[in-house]
Design a binder for this molecule. Structure first.
Ligand code: HEM
Length: 408
């Protein structure tokens, strides 16, 4: 989308994403940019140039300003890689990639399933799921990969339950999901796994339409599809979104949150002594680790001024929530991990109309997962030196650890 002139002018802009120096800390360039050049240009993988927004106030402003669009078929919309770009143009979008009024209408159909009240009511079920997964993990030979054996099954089983996926289908879905998210699968393999998932969900929607049960897919089939407010295909796509949107991110927050606590043994000990600190600790984990770092991308629909910089119609913007979460103007000693931090207005779930629909559910999942893990495994520790851990990032994944070998 850049003209020859733009390219010359942008010849020396830095490349995004920028490298990290410490695996769990955001790139140090963010701190420099917040100070010296808070809204600046960077070049992404396809050679196009986007605006990086780094300060908390400005990130929040971009995410709450209706002049910015999430519709990824706009030319110049910033993508994380070729796979994402192809997916964005492949089919009809779900509400994560819509603007109002469609976004409002589609998101509104499931907002009642993800309220704070619903999340709190899920506590006993989530506790039961967490205990069962942990029981199974404890039967395995040590070391085990905490990501695959604990962190990933937690959000996966919770969302299967909420959507109404029958128990006997779990293994099939787990296999599809594993291929989709496995960094070493080819794009053909992961496309195939996505298609298998979509076909499965299409059959599940039919089944729920004929025999409704007490779950999200049944309710939407009856209330929305049978009244022609949503098409069958739209429900399949929405189910797919809900099935896959939060699993890897929540899993990463559980794994990287555990890792962060293991690296701050005094605070871990304090949390073990006083489990009532878990809610505050999880907010700090969300801020400090910022599991979802590359979702908050937008495209300007009009010329807009953000923090004194004019962003022109058609230009792409990357609102860096990981940078916002380390902004010293908002968080004192921002680079310090502090489970007592309060207030903690982090942007780990984004902001504005696209703010994570499941944020309260994710909070409860991470709270119960970590609280239960450290209570039941008082000797939990890394099974490899921390500097041998491998991380994954875009275009394969948002950001996360590839595996977290532990023993207890
Ligand atoms: C949106 C983060 C868990 C479903 C988002 C966004 C962020 C985010 C940053 C906003 C993207 C944007 O502004 O463009 C997280 C984190 C999670 C988590 C850090 C875990 C700790 C979940 C879970 C689910 C989920 C468990 C589903 C059960 C969604 C959906 C959206 C979304 C559907 C799109 C909302 C919209 O566009 O209106 N999430 N998420 N997320 N998240 Fe989450």
């Amino acid at each position: 989308s850049n003209t020859a002139n733009d390219l010359k002018e942008n010849a020396d802009v830095p490349t995004f994403p920028m490298p990290r120096t410490l695996p769990l800390r955001p790139p140090p360039d963010y701190a420099r940019l917040r100070k010296e050049n808070p809204i600046s240009k960077a070049k992404i993988w396809d050679g196009s140039v986007v605006w990086l927004v780094t300060r908390h106030h400005d990130v929040s402003k971009v995410l709450t300003d209706p002049h910015f669009s999430k519709v990824r078929t706009h030319p110049g919309f910033p993508e994380t890689g070729p796979g994402g770009k192809a997916a964005a143009h492949a089919g009809k979008p779900t509400f994560v990639d819509m603007d109002p009024p469609e976004h409002t209408r589609h998101r509104g159909m499931v907002e009642q399933d993800f309220t704070k009240k619903k999340a709190e009511e899920m506590r006993p079920k989530i506790q039961q799921i967490v205990d069962k997964i942990l029981d199974e993990m404890l039967t395995k030979a040590q070391p085990v990969d905490l990501l695959a054996s604990f962190a990933l099954p937690v959000p996966t089983l919770v969302i299967y339950h909420m959507l109404g996926v029958p128990y006997e289908d779990h293994e099939f879905l787990d296999t599809c999901n594993a291929i989709r998210t496995n960094g070493s699968a080819t794009s053909a393999e992961s496309a195939r796994a996505s298609k298998d998932l979509m076909d499965y969900l299409a059959r599940l929607v039919d089944k729920k339409t004929q025999n409704p049960t007490n779950d999200i897919i049944s309710r939407l089939a009856i209330e929305q599809v049978q009244t022609s407010k949503l098409t069958h295909d739209e429900l399949v796509a929405m189910s797919f979104l809900l099935l896959v949107a939060g699993n890897a991110t929540t899993a990463n927050m559980i794994a990287l949150g555990t890792l962060t606590l293991l690296q701050h043994p005094d605070q871990l000990a304090e949390l073990r002594r006083d489990p009532s600190l878990i809610k505050n600790a999880v907010e700090e984990i969300l801020r400090y680790v910022t599991g979802s770092q590359f979702a908050t991308r937008r495209l300007a629909l009009e010329d807009v001024e953000i923090g004194g910089q004019i962003i022109k119609k058609g230009e792409g913007v990357w609102a860096l929530n990981a940078s916002a979460n380390e902004d010293e103007d908002v968080f004192s000693n921002a680079t310090r991990f502090d489970i007592h931090r309060q207030p903690n207005p982090h942007l780990a779930f984004g902001d504005g109309i696209h703010v994570c629909i499941a944020q309260d559910l994710a909070r409860v999942e991470i709270q119960i997962a970590i609280e239960t893990l450290i209570r039941r495994l008082p000797n939990l520790q890394l099974a490899v030196p921390a500097d041998e851990l491998q991380y994954v990032t875009i275009p394969k994944r948002d950001f996360g650890v590839a595996a977290l070998p532990v023993k207890w």
